[in-house]
Design a protein around this ligand. Structure first.
Ligand code: ATP
Ligand code: MG
Length: 137
């Protein structure tokens, strides 16, 4: 079984979509093995998205991610990294396939409701960025 890291972003928490998104994850056969609500500092948001530093959307992205509470989760399942990326749909909701989380819930390219790790390396980095070993079931 593989583990991936996911975020319910501020736009989705604000619109009471935590339960709907958790339901979709569980219905897709993935298990939530750790979860918590938190609010990112500027340093945490910048560090989390460090790979995008210098890109035109970076400041908007960081401000958005700090704008309200988020839920962070570790998901477990067969091929969880790729399967959760598929469940999310493309980054731009206008390009996301019907029935994906972003097609159904995202507001726009930046306010796109969910995050998921894109590789085993980022999953490991992102899980340890938010969770201590003793917080993982
Ligand atoms: P995430 O990392 O949040 O799961 P992703 O891997 O699909 O999303 P990335 O390329 O890593 O996409 O971009 C990180 C986030 O930055 C996106 O989810 C989106 O909120 C924002 N973003 C990326 N590209 C753009 C863009 N061209 N315009 C506006 N916002 C963008
Ligand atoms: Mg990404």
């Amino acid at each position: 079984l593989e583990r991936t890291f996911s975020i319910v972003k501020p736009d989705a928490v604000e619109r009471n979509l935590i339960g709907a998104i958790y339901h979709r994850v569980e219905s897709a056969g993935m298990r939530i093995v750790a979860a918590k609500m938190l609010r990112l500092t500027k340093e945490q948001a910048e560090g989390f998205y460090a790979e995008h530093q210098g890109k035109p959307f970076f400041e908007k992205l960081v401000n958005f991610m700090m704008s309200g509470p988020i839920m962070v989760q570790v998901l477990e399942g067969e091929n969880a990294i790729a399967r959760y990326r598929e469940l999310m749909g493309k980054t731009n909701p206008e390009e996301a396939a019907c029935g994906t989380l972003r097609a159904d819930y995202a507001v726009n390219y930046t306010f796109n409701s969910v995050h998921g790790s894109d590789s085993p390396e980022s999953a490991a980095r992102e899980i340890s960025y938010f969770f201590a070993a003793e917080e993982l079931c």
